[in-house]
Design a protein around this ligand. Sequence first.
Ligand code: PHB
Length: 249
Amino acid sequence: MANSRSGDSMTTRIVRVLDTFANDRTTQTASEIARRAGLPSSSAHRIIGDLIDAGLLERDDEGRVRLGMRLWELALRGSSALRLRQTALPHMEKVQTVVREHTQLAVLEHDEALFLERLSHPEAGANITRVAGRLPVHASSSGLVLLAFADPVVRERVLSAPLRAVSRETVTDPAALRSLLAGIRRRGHVVATGSIESVSTGVAVPIRDRGEVVAALSAVLPRDADAAPVIPVLTAAAKDIERDLRDSR
Ligand code: PHB
């Protein structure tokens, strides 16, 4: 594959172009993409043109560039995330009717919690989770569950990197976090109050497939809501999802 003068492969350059899109930056001009991807303008324009021809990027009415529908289509085709989301969705809906707050499904991706689904309620409180958005593993309830049951190599990598305080209550001391994670493994759930936003409490439980934790199911409640009745609802839903994952093999 042709490499640029800087030695980057074409694949690397394409990924850098695609990586400039974010949840809060869904459309950009070609020049903005070039600058953010750190690519020479001519090279970025050529790649963007090719990706538009292939349907992986699209131009909107104002000529700005966004991710293409074909990219979404390809990404979902046969992906393990889709199977997980589809299996979990009916059970998340059941949780939703009981808890009447936000219900989320997240997986561990590159040391962060990546959210595959989020259901809300018209009267639900604040929630910064976005579908296809990420939250730090050490600060969100889903992330804490995923980290607690992650491969020890991943856990040690996260624990040895600087742990950013997202709120005043985020646990950033590695020893305290280690003991929090051990507690999650023992109890099978976490109640994280104010860990990511002072106004909310996250409650999360693990979902297993073939004996491994593959996802976290969580509810985001107003800070002072009683989390105790939510734990058995999430735990029962996780068990139902695990059964359906087994049955769909
Ligand atoms: C959490 O999972 O702990 C969480 C997520 C989003 C929020 C608040 C808490 O807005």
